[in-house]
Design a protein. Structure first.
Length: 237
């Protein structure tokens, strides 16, 4: 079944543990600067991190402070990606930013055991996801015809009409172009990022597995090392 109240659902997720989310966004900004430098236009990872921070109401002052202060932070943070399987066909990709890989793996194994899941081999789960631009915009005065007209000459992969919003999937290369066109034409963007999206989402889970998945994601959200969790369950992206 389609997600009828997409914006409301995602708003609730954003409001949970806002301080923890800001902390993770700040860490990602610092890590991106260390890898690619402080120039937004020359560092796609930093540009994406700053965009996500602004969408989640991290102040520009805090963003600048983290960009400028990254060189003073001597802790080496490593990006680690884990692919996992859960019950009922769940496929999960997790990104961590950590200074202690053994600690992160130990914690993750604990969360997965309660889900009845396990860490899988590299590229055994990720092959079922695509790396795409993902935009969620309020409907407001837009209809599907207007949206198709505005994006006709650009690489839109899919447009999904929900009760309160449009979901737009784009190629990575055209993501910022399409986002700019929509904003320039008065669209109110709720969320916009480049991310992994499942090729064949699971539309439903039994109540026990869904409850376990929610607890698993909550545990990951509270873990300082884990930056994000992507699953193939329709309700989690």
């Amino acid at each position: 079944m389609p997600r009828k109240h997409l914006v409301a659902n995602q708003t609730n997720k954003k409001q949970q543990s806002q301080a923890k989310l800001w902390q993770k966004l700040a860490r990602e900004i610092k890590a991106a600067v260390k890898v690619g430098g402080p120039n937004l236009e020359a560092n796609p990872r930093l540009k994406a991190a700053v965009d996500k921070a602004l969408q989640n109401n991290l102040s520009r002052e805090s963003i600048e402070r983290n960009i400028n202060g990254s060189n003073k932070d001597n802790v080496e943070m490593l990006v680690k990606e884990f692919e996992c399987y859960g019950p009922n066909g769940l496929q999960i990709v997790i990104s961590a930013l950590t200074d202690n890989t053994n600690r992160t793996i130990s914690n993750l194994n604990g969360y997965l055991s309660k889900l009845h899941g396990e860490i899988a081999k590299p590229n055994s789960a990720k092959i079922f996801f695509d790396y795409l631009g993902y935009i969620v915009m309020y409907k407001d005065n837009f209809n599907l015809d207007k949206l198709l007209e505005l994006t006709f000459n650009h690489n839109v992969v899919d447009i999904i009409e929900q009760e309160d919003a449009f979901e737009i999937k784009t190629t990575v290369n055209d993501f910022y172009k399409i986002k700019g066109i929509l904003i320039n034409n008065g669209a109110k963007i709720f969320n916009a990022e480049v991310r992994l999206l499942p090729k064949n989402p699971i539309e439903s889970l039994d109540s026990e597995t869904k409850a376990r998945l929610e607890k698993f994601i909550d545990a990951c959200d509270q873990d300082d090392d884990i930056q994000w969790v992507i699953t193939n369950y329709n309700d989690t992206f």
